[in-house]
Design a protein around this ligand. Structure first.
Ligand code: SAM
Length: 205
């Protein structure tokens, strides 16, 4: 269990009762401001079904929000077996395991249009419809536009009024992913939120 984390996470830990530490790794864990926004969106929108790409502290936050609302379930896709096991242990440590299914979804080569990406094994994808999609994986260093497949490959599992939340949206690669989604999905609208690593909110109008 990691006890040492930056001060920026302190308010979040207080708010959500994460008094026994949090899974935190520099460069990997979502920033505290992003997690705060995520929590606000869940608490105000009250989604019934949440799908997440890339598990970790964000999974604990989503689960705690569902617990407090008495509504909602989370499915989290995680490509790393060890990370999936770790997230499950953290959920159990906080009594949140009944709100989440962590799916170990190894990366496979998937074809999208004329391109190929390393992305979550399509065989492992859960049925929808999901009304919130949080995209924080797979890792960006793997390939250009690493998170692009989320929309084309998950679109048919999303509710009409889905909200998509993309982390690390200030990076050039994520900006390019958003531009491509906006071109390919008519009716999709985009709001960029300035924060530590940037966040993109996308909705169908
Ligand atoms: C940006 S991280 C996801 C972070 C998660 N949403 C959170 O808030 O903690 C994307 C992926 O990187 C991988 N990852 C997480 N921590 C890592 C670490 N310390 N070293 C290498 N890969 C890591 C996991 O497979 C994870 O799903």
């Amino acid at each position: 269990m990691t006890q040492n984390y930056p001060e920026s996470y302190q308010a979040l830990c207080e708010r959500f009762g994460f008094h026994r530490g949090i899974p935190w790794a520099e460069h990997w864990t979502a920033a505290a401001d992003f997690l705060g926004l995520l929590a606000e969106e869940v608490l105000s929108r009250r989604p019934a079904a949440i799908l997440e790409c890339g598990s970790g502290l964000s999974t604990l936050v989503l689960a705690r929000c569902c617990q407090r609302l008495g509504k909602g379930r989370v499915v989290s896709l995680e490509n790393g077996g060890e990370f999936a096991a770790s997230t499950r242990r953290w959920l159990e440590a906080y009594g949140l395991e009944s709100f989440v299914e962590v799916i170990h979804a190894p990366l496979r080569e998937v074809q999208v249009g004329e391109g190929a990406w390393q992305w979550y094994d399509p065989e492992t994808l859960p049925q929808g419809p999901f009304d919130l999609l949080v995209v924080d994986g797979p890792p960006g260093f793997l390939q250009p536009l690493s998170r692009y497949p989320a929309m084309p490959l998950l679109a048919d599992r999303l509710a009409q009024d889905v909200l998509l939340i993309l982390d690390d949206a200030a990076r050039p690669d994520e900006r390019a992913v958003v531009s491509r989604w906006l071109q390919e999905f008519p009716g999709l609208t985009h709001r960029f939120v300035e924060m530590e690593r940037g966040c993109s909110l996308l909705l169908f109008s």
